[in-house]
Design a protein around this ligand. Structure first.
Ligand SMILES: C[S@@+](CC[C@H](N)C(=O)[O-])C[C@H]1O[C@@H](n2cnc3c(N)ncnc32)[C@H](O)[C@@H]1O
Length: 284
C-alpha cells in the first residue's frame, strides 16, 4: 500500500526515530539496535512462571539488561542462569545485583553479542528484544533440544505461533501505546519430518511425516492399509487427537519414534518403534 506524504521518506524515518527517543523515559537508553528497557517485575515473574522454571533448569537471557530475569530465576526458582549483554556497564550492574541477591554462584553474566551465544546448554531461553531479532534467532532456536522452552516479552516469532500467550497490565509501560505486555511461550518441537520405518511387530509399516513447527501430518501405511494422521508436537511428544481411531502418542528420541500409547487397532503396538529411513524408502 502506498501512503501519500508531503515529507521525503528519509525525513519521515528520521522524524519517527527522534519522536521515539523523546518518548522514551530516562531508564531507556539505546544501544545499536535494541534499547535497554527493563521487563517490569510482574512480567519478569510471568516469563519464568509460564515456562515452568524450576531447580535443574538453565535459563539464558539474551540481552539481559540489568540481569533481573536470570537473578529471579535463581533466587525464586533455584535455577542456574546466564545473562548475555552487549553493554559492559549493565553486566557489571548485573554481577553486583547477583552478589546482593546471594545467587552469584548460580548465575553468570557475560559481555557478549547475543547472536554469538551458544544456546545448547539452555533449557529455557528468554527474550525481550525486537521482532526482527526474534526472527533472526528462530533457526538456531528451532535447532535446540526438543522441549527447550522459549519465552518472549511482547514480540512473536512470525508464523511460528506460540503455544501460549498471556497478557499482563503494565500501567506505566515506557514504550508503545498499550499499557499491557504480552508473554509468549514456545516449546522447541522434535524434528520429525521424513520417512520412518517400523521394526518388531509392525515390521513393514511406514510412517511418512510432514511438519510445520509444532504441527505434523502424515500417513501410516501397513499391510495394504493406510491411515492419515495429524496432530501437535510438544517437545519430544507427538499426539493425535482422539478421533475415529483413538489417540496416538509417539515419543521422539533422536532417530527413533516409539509408540508410547495407542488405542483401537494399534493398541497392541505399544512400545513398538520406527527408525528414520536412511534413504527414500524403507527397503534398505
Ligand atoms: C529491552 S532490553 C531487555 C533487558 C532484560 N532482558 C529485561 O527483560 O529486563 C534489551 C537488552 O538487549 C541488549 N542488547 C541489544 N543488542 C544486543 C546484542 N547484539 N547482544 C547482546 N545484548 C544486546 C541491550 O543492551 C538491552 O540491555
Amino acid at each position: 500500500m502506498q501512503i501519500f506524504s508531503p515529507f521525503p521518506r528519509c525525513l519521515l524515518s528520521w522524524l519517527v526515530t527522534v519522536a521515539a527517543c523523546i518518548a522514551l523515559p530516562a531508564q531507556a537508553q539505546f544501544t545499536d539496535e535494541v534499547p535497554f528497557i527493563t521487563s517490569p517485575d510482574n512480567v519478569t515473574l510471568e516469563m519464568l512462571d509460564i515456562a515452568g522454571v524450576k531447580r535443574g533448569d538453565h535459563v539464558i537471557d539474551l540481552g539481559s539488561g540489568d540481569g533481573r530475569i536470570v537473578i529471579l530465576a535463581a533466587r525464586r526458582f533455584g535455577a542456574t542462569g546466564l545473562g548475555v549483554e552487549i553493554d559492559p556497564a549493565l553486566v557489571e550492574k548485573s554481577r553486583a545485583s547477583a552478589r546482593s541477591a546471594g545467587v552469584a554462584d548460580k548465575v553468570e553474566f557475560l559481555v557478549q553479542d547475543l547472536f554469538k551465544t551458544d544456546l545448547a546448554p539452555a533449557s529455557v531461553v528468554t527474550l525481550y528484544l525486537l521482532p526482527e531479532f526474534n526472527l533472526q534467532l528462530r533457526p538456531s532456536i528451532l535447532a535446540l533440544k526438543p522441549g527447550t522452552r522459549i519465552v518472549s516479552h511482547d514480540w512473536d516469532m512470525g508464523d511460528w505461533k506460540p503455544d501460549r500467550t498471556t497478557v499482563l497490565p503494565v500501567p506505566d509501560k515506557a514504550v508503545g501505546r498499550e499499557k499491557s505486555s504480552k508473554v509468549h511461550l514456545w516449546t522447541v518441537p522434535a524434528r520429525v519430518e521424513g520417512l520412518w520405518c517400523a521394526a518388531g511387530l509392525l515390521r513393514g509399516a511406514t510412517l511418512r511425516l510432514t511438519q510445520k513447527y509444532q504441527n505434523f501430518a502424515g500417513t501410516l501405511a501397513w499391510r495394504n492399509r493406510s491411515r492419515e494422521l495429524a496432530g501437535a508436537i510438544s517437545g519430544a511428544e507427538l499426539r493425535t487427537p482422539a478421533g475415529r481411531h483413538g489417540e496416538l502418542l509417539l515419543q521422539a528420541s533422536g532417530e527413533v519414534l516409539t509408540i508410547a500409547s495407542a488405542q483401537g487397532d494399534l493398541a497392541l503396538a505399544q512400545n513398538e518403534t520406527f527408525r528414520r529411513a536412511k534413504g527414500d524408502t524403507c527397503d534398505a
